[in-house]
Design a protein around this ligand. Sequence first.
Ligand code: ARG
Length: 273
Amino acid sequence: MPDTRVRRRRRFLVCEPRHFAVRYAINPWMRPDTRVDVDLAQEQWRTLIGAYRAHGHTVDTVAPVPGLPDMVFAANSAVVVDGRVFGSLFHAAERRAESGHYDTWFRAAGYDVHRPESVCEGEGDLVPAGPYVLAGTGFRTTREAHREVQEFFGVPVISLTLVDPYFYHLDTALFVLDDGPAPDLVYFPEAFTPGSRDVLARLFPDAVLATREDAMTFGLNSVSDGRHVFISPRAEALASRLADRGYLPVPVDLSEFHKAGGGIKCCTQELRS
Ligand code: ARG
């Protein structure tokens, strides 16, 4: 395959895992008694940030807040399209306070923030893909929030229903490789209802179909800039299929974060201008 994949420079918002821990269980990956090695988590996280910068991306940071161990999962705080911010309203009471801290960052950076009326977990469930916003529901973000997102951005929102509790956010089951007008993407079909699978097959007939193993190793919780794919080294099989498709896998291990049900994409909010 010729080397034709083109990187687009991104701007990311992240949150240092200084207060990261597993204290409550709001998805099947979390066990409240799990010991997290915070030093290792910080080192893994810094490696990710270093990899983004080394590949030409800009990284902004929001200050971590004590008592909010999941605040490191910046993707959940909002979805930003054309410089417009649709904020978050978390399903779990334990995470509700994160939204206000992110909103403060967005406002200080000059953005207005739209506050959702219904449960909505940002890029965890809302994935801009070419002419659409793909939107997950079933565990966290509601159908009502999907309607609100469509009204707010004026972009067609495609609702997709998730069925497997291990893949409770859309960004654990699907990611965009190339977000051009005809987006290239990869997803794990069994994470979705049959109807949602059919919708994905109709819209993206050429998508890469991932395996359960790819999904369980957090291979679908990856970030692509159109050329480089920042991906878990545990998702080797998927990385090699993506390499065959012309992408350049950049392995980054966030194993400490898997204990909380998160990976590379969860730690990364994209600020789309
Ligand atoms: N412990 C967090 C939760 O369950 C993990 C969030 C992962 N974020 C993501 N974008 N999938 O809410």
